[in-house]
Design a protein around this ligand. Structure first.
Ligand code: 13P
Ligand code: SF4
Length: 304
């Protein structure tokens, strides 16, 4: 099959099966182009919650498809590539949280959406990079545990100084490796250019940024700001939307290491096969799902 034929087949299968294709901003351009909705974690969770489709094909990583299943238990959720996972999500597990709660029964746990359903089920509330500040600020308790991302946690801590935020030690292998010295280098090359970064970058990078936000917030900022060039400190997949929405603007990637291999695994053929064979269905045990749903619902309530 040629690429054109494959795209046509995907469209036909989508209609036949009443399916919707959701794609994260880090997916390869071909996937973003065939998706019904492209966005950040928050937008994709919200869309998963309200779609009328019978089947959701989630082009992203496992925790994202799992969140869609938690929010839409009666829909079939397919992850085109079974081993597309987020290494950070595995940096905290259910037992860690059960033990923490035993010793600290009054400290609420806030989990970043990049976490397993089991971790969400043991947490009080979930958050994404775009609503983390609102969620933590909205909690009545002064002390909270934030898992698993040490960098997003540190960013919230720097903004909400009235809160005592206990940090976990997880991190995104893609964002964390960008060094402060790379910022210096690129700023020397493009001295008057704003730096827009994701809060998963480490503190050295985040504190030098002109804007910190989720993938969609970065795209929104660059598209509405009058400047004509920007340095982008997040996974390179966002360059596709940035360039499409702003054909006359220039975007420079902060580092050449900003590629998430898991986000790059999904191809058009994988989407076609997932739809055709309805394979790689993501399932969540009902008891865990119900508890995880409470964390996600609390996020949607506090994070607006
Ligand atoms: P966003 O919520 O900004 O899309 O981030 C998800 C993610 O995995 C970033 O690495
Ligand atoms: Fe996980 Fe980082 Fe990839 Fe996002 S970019 S999916 S946090 S490894």
């Amino acid at each position: 099959m040629t690429q054109k034929e494959m795209i046509e087949e995907i469209q036909k299968l989508k209609e036949k099966k009443n399916a919707v294709i959701l794609a994260h901003n880090y997916q390869i351009p071909e996937i973003q182009d065939i998706a019904d909705i492209v966005g950040d974690s928050l937008k994709l969770s919200e869309e998963a919650a309200k779609t009328n489709a019978d089947c959701i094909v989630f082009c992203g990583v496992h925790f994202m498809a799992e969140s869609a299943k938690i929010l839409s238990p009666n829909k079939k959720v397919l992850l085109p590539v079974e081993d597309a996972t987020c290494p950070m999500a595995d940096m905290v597990n259910k037992d860690d949280l059960v033990n923490f709660k035993k010793e600290n029964p009054h400290i609420p746990i806030v989990c970043y959406v990049n976490s397993s359903a089991e971790v969400k089920a043991e947490s009080h509330v979930c958050c994404t990079s775009s609503n983390a500040l609102r969620v933590v600020e909205g909690l009545k308790e002064d002390t909270v545990l934030f898992v698993p991302d040490v960098n997003l946690g540190s960013y919230i801590k720097s903004k909400l100084t009235q809160k005592n935020i206990i940090l976990w030690t997880g991190y995104c292998i893609t964002h964390h490796r960008v060094k402060g010295s790379e910022v210096e280098k690129v700023k020397t090359k493009y001295p008057h250019t704003k730096l827009l970064v994701h809060p998963e970058c480490n503190e050295d990078v985040v504190k030098k940024a002109d804007f910190v936000g989720s993938t969609s917030e970065i795209i929104q900022y660059a598209s509405t700001c009058e400047d004509e060039e920007f340095i982008i400190g997040t996974e390179m997949g966002v360059l596709h939307s940035l360039q499409n929405k702003n054909p006359n603007k220039k975007f420079y990637l902060l580092s050449q290491h900003l590629t998430c291999l898991n986000m790059k695994k999904t191809t058009l053929e994988d989407v076609y096969k997932a739809l055709y064979y309805e394979k790689n269905e993501v399932k969540v045990e009902e008891e865990i799902r119900k508890k995880a749903l409470q964390s996600l619902n609390k996020m949607l309530e506090l994070g607006r």
